[in-house]
Design a protein around this ligand. Structure first.
Ligand code: HEM
Length: 249
């Protein structure tokens, strides 16, 4: 069965670059298979109908549409503008609460499959953080930003109640961008948003696969497929060992 989006999706200015960056990082962490850059179900802007499969954050729009995303961003900036002066003033210098809701929501919608809303893309995002937000791109600023976003997400739980993957992929999105900024601005990266995407596991029959095809699987996928065959995977250390065991089945 083909999965259809609940809301019609479209690439934005940022989607493809963010997909490439996130997929590369996720492969390195063993969360996505090595051929994920070419897997249509990963690249798709439509969330898999099968809830046993994680969805990617660029598929959020297909399930949510604009409104819940804008609501979460609104909630966040209400908190930002009600915060302490050292934090709020940096935002207030740039624009009022409506300005920030508009820019942040357009970036989310652009990345999440809603279409071209955030012109200027990565360059614009980086420019604003480097030039206007610099003072807060620190451990203390990141901690406060994250706490307020976490509070906004928790308060928005009813908007995300339909599918547990919604909150998890929002957490994954935020953690991905926070990780980038932590590296770029040299602050400590503490992911506070909660559970992020689990490994993507395909249904696999190792005995029907060539050595090259097994090697292209992620470590997590090989482990899961071996476990499904009753193998005690704790006896095998690292991907090469797991591949060898899979070839001996
Ligand atoms: C250390 C954490 C962060 C801090 C302190 C921070 C702070 C700020 C500030 C002060 C601005 C206003 C600057 C301006 O618009 O010129 C801003 C803009 C923005 N931030 Fe962040 N930010 C953080 C993390 C993030 C993350 C994780 C994302 C994405 C998920 C993000 C997305 C944006 C966007 C889309 C804008 C609007 C820029 C524009 O006007 O085009 N920020 N941020």
């Amino acid at each position: 069965m083909i999965d259809l989006p609940k809301y019609p999706t479209q690439h934005g200015y940022m989607t493809e670059k963010v997909q490439r960056d996130y997929i590369t990082a996720a492969i390195a962490q063993g969360l996505l298979p090595e051929d994920a850059h070419r897997m249509p179900e990963i690249l798709s802007l439509t969330a898999p109908g099968d809830r046993a499969q994680p969805m990617q954050f660029w598929q959020l729009y297909s399930l949510l549409g604009q409104e819940p995303l804008v609501r979460i961003v609104q909630d966040f900036y209400q908190r930002v503008f009600a915060d302490e002066d050292w934090f709020t003033s940096v935002f207030a210098r740039v624009g009022d609460v409506t300005h920030h809701i508009n820019t942040q929501a357009s970036m989310w919608i652009d990345v999440m499959g809603g279409g071209p809303y955030y012109h200027g893309a990565e360059f614009r995002l980086s420019f604003h953080h480097t030039h206007n937000a610099m003072q807060l791109m620190t451990d203390r600023g990141a901690e406060r930003w994250s706490q307020l976003m976490l509070a906004a997400l928790d308060a928005s739980a009813p908007l995300l109640a339909e599918d547990p993957r919604l909150r998890i992929s929002l957490n994954t999105f935020l953690t991905h961008f926070m990780g980038k900024y932590a590296a770029e601005f040299a602050f400590e990266h503490r992911s506070v948003f909660g559970e992020t995407n689990p490994p993507f596991l395909r249904k696999i029959n190792l005995r029907r696969m060539s050595e090259a095809a097994i090697e292209a699987l992620s470590e997590a996928e090989i482990s899961a497929a071996l476990r499904a065959r009753g193998v005690d995977v704790s006896r095998y250390q690292g991907k090469a060992d797991l591949v060898n065991k899979a070839l001996m089945l």
